[in-house]
Design a protein around this ligand. Structure first.
Ligand SMILES: C[S@@+](CC[C@H](N)C(=O)[O-])C[C@H]1O[C@@H](n2cnc3c(N)ncnc32)[C@H](O)[C@@H]1O
Length: 272
């Protein structure tokens, strides 16, 4: 399955947009969404941390695990995960700039922490690892970008050891026909398309050989995340005013697309 976007376009996008994202999404460099509950209230970063903790627990990640963070971005979550679980984490990402940032962040840690982390530039469609190299595969907000999603699932399955668990979230398309606004402000803006809705994603995972342990439709949390992000974009930045206005509007349109079932968000936990 392919889409109209190339990996090269995605790479250039993520190479160039880091400073903008850090200015309002998360200054530590993570770029994913959050799961809201009574404890997080409407605190976006707490909700993002809530998703991280949920994935650790559902992915059953312990100190003996060798984890691959697929699309690790700036390495923020990989570094947190390795410290939190005392496990080894390898992060790969398509963006050379972000991998460089991750390597610089790793270099600031003590020797013990550094020995449990590795970062490398690679595409999720062509992983530079032997079969069965990892016990866990972790991925947040990545696969939607990849034109050939089935190839990513095939590679994920290949590099996991027998019995290994993949825990990841991804955008989904609840219905095939979407409005012009959703196309423009969501799909085109995110360099994204997908053939998968919540259920057919699970069929694709099963086709690769995965057993589904859990699947959760988190679409309402995606909507809340984008409404928080619309509020978080700087409102008085003269230099980037036009871009921030565009993002604020796009985030509100993205929340609307979720309401209209033109966009959704799934969390999947599956086992090889
Ligand atoms: C929304 S960001 C999420 C980054 C990170 N997982 C996080 O939570 O902060 C999406 C990331 O996916 C990466 N990406 C997109 N296509 C990729 C591919 N084919 N292989 C590896 N990484 C990819 C981008 O470079 C970007 O860093």
């Amino acid at each position: 399955m392919t889409s109209r976007f190339s990996e090269q376009e995605t790479e250039s996008y993520y190479d160039s947009e880091d400073a903008i994202y850090r200015s309002f999404w998360d200054e530590d460099g993570s770029v994913h969404w959050g799961v809201f509950d009574e404890e997080t209230g409407d605190d976006f970063l707490k909700a993002c941390a809530n998703l991280d903790n949920m994935m650790v627990s559902k992915g059953q990640i312990t100190s003996s695990d060798r984890v691959l963070d697929l699309g690790c971005g700036n390495g923020t979550t990989a570094i947190w995960l390795s410290g939190d679980r005392n496990c080894h984490v390898t992060g790969v990402d398509l963006s050379g700039v972000r991998v460089q940032n991750a390597q610089s962040a790793r270099a600031k840690l003590d020797q013990d922490a550094q020995s449990k982390l590795a970062f490398e530039k690679a595409s999720a469609t062509d992983l530079p690892f032997d079969d069965g190299s990892f016990t866990r595969l972790w991925s947040q907000a990545v696969i939607y970008h990849v034109p050939d999603k089935e190839k990513v699932l095939e590679e994920a399955y290949r590099v996991l050891e027998e019995g290994g668990i993949m825990v990841f979230d991804d955008l989904i398309k609840p219905k095939p026909n979407i409005s012009e606004a959703a196309q423009k402000f969501v799909y085109d803006r995110l360099l994204y398309d997908t053939p998968f809705n919540f259920e057919s994603y699970q069929d694709a995972l099963k086709k690769q050989g995965f057993k589904i342990l859990e699947a959760h439709d988190l679409s309402s949390h995606l909507r809340n995340s984008y409404l928080c992000l619309a509020d978080r974009t700087p409102k008085f930045d003269a230099e980037h005013a036009e871009h921030y206005d565009y993002l604020t509007n796009s985030y509100r349109e993205t929340a609307r697309a979720v309401d209209n079932k033109e966009l959704g968000w799934g969390l999947y936990i599956c086992q090889k």
